[in-house]
Design a protein around this ligand. Structure first.
Ligand code: HEC
Ligand code: HEC
Length: 325
């Protein structure tokens, strides 16, 4: 089966929160003489991967991002290599091998680590960040820091980030995700009922009426269209994609497949509502153990993290007006 790609246009709005190295902070630094010029978003050419030991690692790292399930998925022959708990590929979310603008690309990522992480309330390494996605988005286990696989993924991210200085990544357009209108999300709650209609019209053809996706034939081959809920082959409840605002931000600039920030297909409101439908808790999704220890410091808790008995239901679907300052 071939993938269908659709395209139409509306413009997205983009706002920003502030942490070290983010625009507001950098403005303060530039007042003290630290100035980072605006940097073009450029993706180095795969043909230019050097023909040496480093290049071998970079290539293997890229392969792991693209075909994750074939190397560390739950269906690989060697039980010791079954680190991921689902049959996703990293690039199901980090599109085009982690190079597509506004799909949380790895371009510029390397120089952003170590990094203050609100979820862990500490200084996190790139290794730990990758393992965050391993345990949450991939519903699996951490890769050992010294494993060839971890080293290779880091080498690839290093290669993609070449030329971008520490603190420079936030000066690149296309880093991270583009945010849906935060004024809207403060004023209105996401509506999963309206989201269901969006899903049926724009998503179900690929991801299935019950979020089940379409699996490729053969062992460890992953999905043609990844599952979004209803099976253990999905991200778990500790994942960023389980959060309504994160998911809405991703969806607006990336889904249906073919959408971009410049040429989105859904409106901000449709993205927000469909994110709520996808992530509503009547849809089965694996749990993440020990989720209650995420975001130990209330001051930096992400607004859209909802855990029953910890946060009020407003954190799940909004409105976020009382939560986002
Ligand atoms: C279900 C979707 C999903 C999958 C699958 C996934 N990730 Fe992520 N990843 C995210 C989201 C969402 C973020 C946060 C993006 C943001 O907030 O800017 C993220 C962030 C990251 C970051 C930090 C990027 C940066 O520039 O700060 C790294 C590194 C990363 N992921 C690596 C991986 C690797 C390696 C895999 C596969 C083993 C993977 N991810 C699989 C959703 C996913
Ligand atoms: C034309 C087929 C198609 C349509 C329509 C489509 N998607 Fe996707 N979607 C994909 C593919 C393919 C991927 C994986 C991207 C890759 O690997 O390159 C994906 C990835 C995702 C992901 C990444 C997370 C994961 O768990 O893997 C989410 C979330 C998602 N789609 C949501 C949606 C939503 C919501 C809609 C409707 C608004 C939608 N998609 C419409 C094909 C589609």
């Amino acid at each position: 089966m071939k993938r269908i790609i659709a395209l139409t246009g509306i413009v997205a709005l983009c706002t920003s929160t502030s942490f070290a190295f983010e625009p507001k902070e950098l403005q303060k630094r530039s007042d003290r003489g630290f100035q980072v010029e605006k940097i073009e978003y450029t993706v180095p050419d795969v043909k230019d991967i050097p023909d040496n030991k480093y290049g071998e690692m970079v290539k293997y790292g890229r392969e792991l991002i693209v075909n994750t399930s074939q190397y560390i998925g739950p269906e690989v022959d060697d039980p010791k290599m079954r680190f991921a708990g689902n049959n996703k590929q990293c690039q199901n979310c980090h599109l085009d091998a982690g190079t597509k603008k506004y799909s949380a690309p790895f371009v510029g990522t390397y120089g952003e680590f170590p990094q203050y992480r609100p979820r862990e309330n500490g200084l996190g390494t790139l290794t730990a960040r990758i393992n965050g996605c391993m345990q949450r988005s991939m519903n699996g286990y951490p890769l050992p820091a010294e494993s060839k696989e971890m080293q290779a993924m880091k080498a690839y991210i290093h290669w993609l980030s070449q030329g971008i200085p520490v603190g420079g990544a936030s000066k690149i357009q296309g880093r991270r995700l583009a945010k849906v209108d935060r004024k809207m999300v403060k004023q209105q709650a996401a509506d999963p009922v309206k989201g269901k209609a969006v899903y049926e019209m724009h998503c179900a053809a690929c991801h299935g009426v019950n979020g089940e996706g379409i699996k490729n034939e053969g062992k460890a081959q992953g999905y043609l269209y990844p599952a979004l809920w209803g099976t253990d082959d999905t991200y778990n409840k500790g994942a960023g994609m389980y959060r309504i605002l994160k998911a809405a931000d991703f969806i607006k600039s990336n889904m249906p497949l073919g959408a971009t920030k410049e040429n989105p297909i859904l409106t901000d409101e449709e993205s927000y509502n469909v994110a709520a439908y996808m992530n509503q808790d009547s849809h089965y999704r694996p749990e993440k153990i020990n989720r209650s220890s995420d975001f130990p410091d209330n001051r930096v808790k992400a607004p859209d993290v909802y855990r029953p008995n910890i946060e009020s239901i407003e954190h799940k679907f909004g409105p976020y007006g009382n939560i986002i300052k």
